[in-house]
Design a protein around this ligand. Structure first.
Ligand code: ATP
Length: 248
């Protein structure tokens, strides 16, 4: 099935609430729909709830209330998890695996046939310029290569929804531009992308729509142009400042 052309949203959150065990309310009655094929950005200050939202979507944490659907599937189903590729904020690569093994193990985890996994790993290494490092272990890769491997790994099982949690945090300008190109290409091929970032110019450059979040609540959601006109300001930075101040 071509997920990007169906009318079923890639992601649907209804009344999503997350209260951590210590009582902290990180997400409150959160509604969000991300259409299939969208390039969608989540913007908000540290502690806004972005990673909590992503962890809930990927079923890495238990939700307190509400509903999450991935291309129409309940997020707790194995089917739903297979539809998502997640590149987490932390570079959580296994230090004992080389680049190729990292990709193949991930393919195995998702039940890919070995021959298909090998083909896909080769393709991923070519796309992300890692072919020359196939036999290099993670600790011997540069920071930029690790970031690229993280995204390549997330894409191994060909998920129609790619979630990138601050993919360019701490990345130099050149690599950021490179990563933008890779991600744009994937999006152009039909992948739905959900991106969190603290770089406003990144959200502006890449995302068709942006959700502003603070204190576990959705403040606004629109295109960059729509947000500027709604808040009556010239730049996305001014939108951000105004929206966050109003919510404080
Ligand atoms: P950042 O931009 O800094 O990555 P974020 O928007 O991703 O922030 P979250 O990591 O989702 O924010 O955190 C939201 C809130 O939930 C924060 O106040 C955080 O301290 C709290 N929180 C996160 N994990 C836990 C936990 N396991 N137990 C209690 N509180 C938590």
């Amino acid at each position: 099935m071509d997920h990007a052309t169906t009318s079923t949203p890639a992601l649907e959150l209804r009344g999503l609430t997350k209260r951590y065990d210590d009582g902290f309310l990180a997400l409150e009655d959160f509604d969000l729909t991300v259409p299939a094929g969208e390039f969608f950005g989540l913007l908000g200050p540290n502690g806004a709830g972005k990673t909590t939202l992503i962890s809930a979507v990927c079923n890495l944490i238990r939700t307190t209330g509400g509903e999450i659907r991935i291309f129409g599937h309940d997020h707790r189903n194995a089917d739903a998890r297979r539809l998502i590729g997640l590149a987490e904020q932390d570079i959580n690569l296994d230090r004992f695996l080389d680049v190729e093994e990292t990709l193949l193990y991930h393919g195995g985890y998702y039940g890919m046939e070995p021959a298909r996994a090998r083909r896909r790993a080769k393709e991923m290494m070519e796309i992300f310029d890692l072919s020359g490092k196939a036999k290099t272990r993670a600790p011997k890769l540069s920071g930029g290569m690790r970031r690229r491997l993280l995204i390549a790994r997330a894409l191994m099982h060909e998920p129609p929804l790619l979630i990138l949690d601050e993919p360019t945090a701490g990345v130099d300008f050149e690599l950021r531009i490179d990563l933008w190109q890779y991600i744009r290409r994937l999006h152009g091929e039909g992948t739905t992308v959900l991106l969190t970032t603290h770089y406003l110019e990144e959200a502006e450059e890449l995302c068709a729509e942006i959700a502003l979040i603070r204190g576990g609540q959705l403040l606004a959601r629109d295109s960059a142009d729509g947000l500027r006109s709604h808040y009556g300001v010239e730049t996305l930075a001014d939108v951000y400042v105004k929206a966050m101040a109003a919510a404080a």
